[in-house]
Design a protein around this ligand. Structure first.
Ligand SMILES: Cc1cc2nc3c(=O)[nH]c(=O)nc-3n(C[C@H](O)[C@H](O)[C@H](O)COP(=O)(O)O)c2cc1C
Ligand code: SF4
Ligand code: SF4
Length: 267
């Protein structure tokens, strides 16, 4: 198949999905390549467009066994035209539940042709020094597997004469999907006096929930609990408070400490 360009799209508040996407790209050899990082709200204003002679790879984190709502809303706007598409989800060593199936189904609904899928493990967003969960994943072995997956996709694509519209990609997951909890305002971050008002936390927030003036304020209603602001603070002024999220982190840290492995699916 003659592929004109490789498009790699992600939503990745703490960077693990993006690093998997970059490793997959390294395994491929399509000259014209574009990374579409839809993590920030301004980046999600533009819809994702791809044609039948593009190859699209989408990597998304798993939130509560599903796609993050803001990422799902962006994906629902994309316009594909028989675009061969690789669906990837990255999860924090608990489970990916219905997220990969959800991604595959959206790709199909928006006009794409899912040709392969994969699941990878990333350090859990809720991981802290005292509640470690999949720390430093993806590690070098994961990234090597992501590169090898990229090579495999490349050779499969090279072997196709045309977009394989009749092939079927089967991935784990159930319908109806796992219900998304109501969420709601959760006051789970402490800000210490070490804060220098540098604004780094506000600049990484995917939903613009942080305002910096003579102090740092958070819009708790809109916060998606991604923890990007905690991980990005250069002086570690942001920490997780005791409460529901910290309880979840403690639980996951003890229950999900057996390292899981990436998995791969092909049409
Ligand atoms: C609100 C929320 C819910 C999450 N739910 C799950 C989950 O159901 N299963 C899991 O294994 N990891 C879960 N995670 C962890 C992320 O999937 C994981 O850390 C992923 O690597 C984050 O991707 P990113 O670095 O691209 O943002 C959750 C993270 C957040 C913030
Ligand atoms: S990143 Fe840290 S130091 Fe900078 S404004 Fe945010 S909390 Fe303060
Ligand atoms: S304020 Fe909420 S949504 Fe924004 S970066 Fe922090 S945890 Fe993520």
């Amino acid at each position: 198949m003659n592929i004109q360009s490789l498009k790699l799209a992600c939503f990745s508040p703490t960077g693990t999905s993006l690093s998997i996407l970059e490793a997959i790209k390294q395994g491929m050899h399509i000259e014209k390549t574009e990374i579409i990082n839809a993590t920030r709200s301004d980046q999600r204003k533009q819809s994702l467009l791809a044609a039948s002679n593009d190859l699209l790879v989408i990597a998304m984190p798993v939130y509560s066994g599903r796609l993050p709502v803001v990422a799902e809303q962006w994906l629902q706007q994309m316009s594909l035209d028989n675009t061969p598409t690789v669906c990837v989800v990255v999860y924090g060593n608990r489970e990916y539940d219905d997220a990969l199936l959800e991604l595959k189904n959206i790709v199909q609904q928006r006009g794409g042709v899912p040709v392969a899928g994969a699941t990878f493990i990333g350090e859990h967003s809720f991981s802290t020094d005292s509640t470690p969960i999949a720390v430093s994943r993806p590690d070098s072995t994961d990234l090597g597997q992501a590169r090898a997956f990229g090579e495999q996709i490349q050779s499969i694509i090279d072997s196709f004469d045309a977009v394989p519209v009749d092939k079927k990609l089967n991935v784990p997951g159930n319908l109806p999907y796992k219900a998304i909890g109501k969420g709601g305002a959760l006051d789970f971050i402490d800000i210490s006096t070490a804060c220098t008002l540098c604004g780094q936390c506000a600049s990484v927030c995917p939903v613009d929930a942080i305002t910096i003036s003579d102090s740092v304020t958070m819009d708790l209603e809109n916060c998606i609990h991604c923890c990007a602001c905690i991980k990005a603070c250069p002086v570690h002024a942001r920490t997780m408070k005791e409460g529901a999220l910290m309880d979840a982190a403690k639980r996951l840290s003890t229950m999900c400490n057996e390292p899981k492995k990436p998995t791969f699916f092909f049409a």
